[in-house]
Write a protein that binds this ligand. Structure first.
Ligand code: GDP
Length: 132
């Protein structure tokens, strides 16, 4: 998911280019906006963290671009491509290093397991959008 800061900053194009250049196939994609409640459901695992409210406000502040991506070993390879959560610590050339604003506004989200990738795909897309 390309996050609000990167969409607002006009980095959607180069981010998608970098994702495709790395060999990922885009299965589904759209531009949409989360309500604060949607953002809270998406990040429910962080509900007890001190930054949760701020994260929900940020994630619902503007448009996002969720995508379903396909590649061998996709979860691990995508996490490598996007870099560390904190862009200041992300490796040179990673998406977060290149495009993120800050620890919170860090340009992109990547699922952390195949199980969560399936849950998050269904959060954003219908069965028809995923298989059509
Ligand atoms: P990710 O899997 O690399 O996205 O990292 P996490 O699952 O740990 O955190 C989810 C998201 O919460 C991150 O991508 C950031 O947008 C935000 N976040 C994580 N840690 C912090 C923090 O310490 N402060 C703030 N303000 N936001 C954070």
């Amino acid at each position: 998911m390309i996050k609000p800061d990167a969409v607002t900053d006009g980095f959607s194009g180069p981010i998608i280019q970098q994702i495709e250049d790395a060999g990922f196939r885009i299965v589904a994609i759209k531009k949409t906006k989360l309500s604060p409640e949607d953002a809270g459901r998406f990040y429910a695992v962080h509900a007890e963290r001190p930054f949760f409210q701020s994260l929900c406000d940020y994630m619902s502040s503007s448009h996002i671009i969720p995508m379903v991506l396909e590649k061998e070993n996709a979860v691990e390879e995508f996490r490598t491509l996007i870099g560390s959560t904190n862009p200041a610590q992300a490796a040179e050339g990673t998406i977060r290093k290149r495009f993120a604003r800050s620890l919170e506004s860090n340009a992109i989200h990547g699922s952390d397991s195949d199980e969560n990738a399936a849950i998050e795909s269904n959060f954003f897309f219908t069965e028809q959008e995923l298989n059509g």
